[in-house]
Design a protein around this ligand. Structure first.
Ligand code: ZN
Ligand code: ZN
Length: 428
């Protein structure tokens, strides 16, 4: 017989062998032929093949079934427990999975080995589908989604529990950081590593707030989410501002209990709460893929730096040094980040530099570089670890006194504005 059609009589020899092995419920008997007969449920298949047998033992009930041990009799109960877990959760799609007990795993393997058949359906597939159908009937909403469900349930037979995972929401945008001293993401307190101690006033944080927390707050509250992660296209130093058209990011809203969010209203709320510190633009919903895209994007950066010089430098010397700075830079991992970054030598380009002497011992420079070039070290030389450096070219120790990121340009995340040296923000 062809795969797909269902003829109970033709299955009799196989069905008899299964029934003879021990008491079995209709769902498990039907599951042995689960790939046959479109539109039938496994218990219906089981009843049909049982009726065709010459000597049919009655279906096993309760825990008597030697295959599932009564699991298929508990489908409704598991569905009810799942419904209770999402009483206050908004979702459109769902998926059920299960964690079998070791006993069930062994019995299932034994069953498929002893009654090997292409027509058989794995027990867990049958169970997941059955619970899903019962769940949908009870809750009166939702569609199964095998790829990217809003809600994923796991019927954990080992722990006798239903666990729920709510898929994250992902929001793309670009942020501007208008003040210094705010990290991009929250930093656990160095002293207590986040547990809370007198040094951090019990907050567990090294800095009272971050771009991540500022941007996330209204969205986490509206989504009744567990939290949020900001994935940035690189990050500026805590003491650097992020100006111009901003830095691309994806905000991941974790475990949202509400999914239909009013983006415009929340953007307005964010704008008034964060005014003067952080601004966000171009907000739109994106898929999970955007996280990797935004983190891997290779962007060029335009910076403006106020440079403190330890001796007087004339304009002509500065111009000569800046001209010599354009080109390839060899940069060993800076000492200030060596504790958390691999020690290696990077090659990055300085594409253009302009600047002028602004005070006897001060210059202002603006430069365009590859992403991943450390600008503070490009200026200071980092004890010879960055070559060439402005400091070495001038023959005068130099250090960045204030740094702003003026523009981030990436082909994947265009900002739709032309580059400009006439940024209205002054170097503060
Ligand atoms: Zn069974
Ligand atoms: Zn602390």
């Amino acid at each position: 017989m062809s795969r797909g059609s269902f003829d109970a009589r033709s299955l009799t020899p196989q069905a008899q062998a299964v029934v003879d092995a021990g008491p079995i419920c209709d769902a498990c008997l039907g599951g042995a032929f689960g790939q046959l007969g479109r539109g039938m449920s496994n218990p219906e298949r089981g009843r049909a093949v049982r009726a065709a047998l010459a000597e049919a033992a009655p279906p096993a009930t309760g825990t008597a079934c030697w295959v599932c041990g009564g699991l298929f009799g508990e489908v409704e109960e598991w569905a009810r427990r799942a419904v209770a877990r999402v009483a206050d959760v908004e979702f459109g799609t769902y998926l059920f999975g299960m964690r079998p007990t070791p006993r069930l795993r062994e019995v299932e393997a034994y069953f498929h080995e002893r009654f090997a058949s292409e027509a058989a359906e794995p027990l867990r597939h049958a169970f997941n589908r059955s619970v899903g159908k019962a769940f949908e009937a009870l809750v009166g909403r939702g569609t199964v989604d095998f790829q990217d469900p809003d809600v994923s349930f796991t019927v954990d037979l080992v722990k006798d529990d239903v666990t729920v995972r709510l898929a994250s929401l992902f929001l793309y945008g670009r942020y501007r950081k208008l003040v210094r001293g705010i990290p991009q993401t929250h930093w656990p307190c160095r002293r207590c590593r986040g547990r809370g101690c007198p040094a951090c006033g019990g907050s567990g944080k090294q800095y009272p707030e971050s771009v991540e927390e500022i941007v996330a707050r209204p969205f986490v509250a509206a989504a009744r989410a567990a939290g949020a992660h900001l994935h940035g296209a690189g990050r500026e130093d805590i003491d650097a501002r992020m100006l111009g058209t901003g830095r691309p990011f994806v905000l991941e809203i974790v475990s949202p209990r509400v999914r239909s969010l009013d983006l415009k209203a929340l953007a307005g709320e964010l704008a008034s709460e964060a005014a003067g510190r952080v601004e966000v633009a171009e907000l739109r919903w994106v898929g999970r893929d955007a996280v990797a895209q935004v983190k891997e994007t290779r962007a060029t950066k335009r910076y403006r730096a106020r440079v403190a010089l330890s001796a007087e430098v004339d304009e002509a010397s500065l111009q000569r040094a800046l001209t010599a700075l354009v080109g390839e830079i060899e940069q060993r991992t800076p000492q200030r980040v060596a504790h958390r970054r691999a020690d290696l030598v990077r090659r990055r380009r300085v594409h253009e530099v302009q600047g002028r002497v602004t005070a006897p011992r001060e210059a202002e420079i603006e430069l365009v570089t590859d992403g991943g070039l450390y600008v503070k070290e490009l200026v200071s030389g980092d004890d010879g670890r960055t070559n060439p450096s402005l400091s070495a070219l001038l023959g005068v120790p130099a250090a960045v006194a204030a740094l702003d990121v003026m523009r981030i340009t990436s082909s994947e995340f265009p900002d739709g504005e032309s580059s400009s040296m006439d940024e209205p923000d002054g170097v503060a």
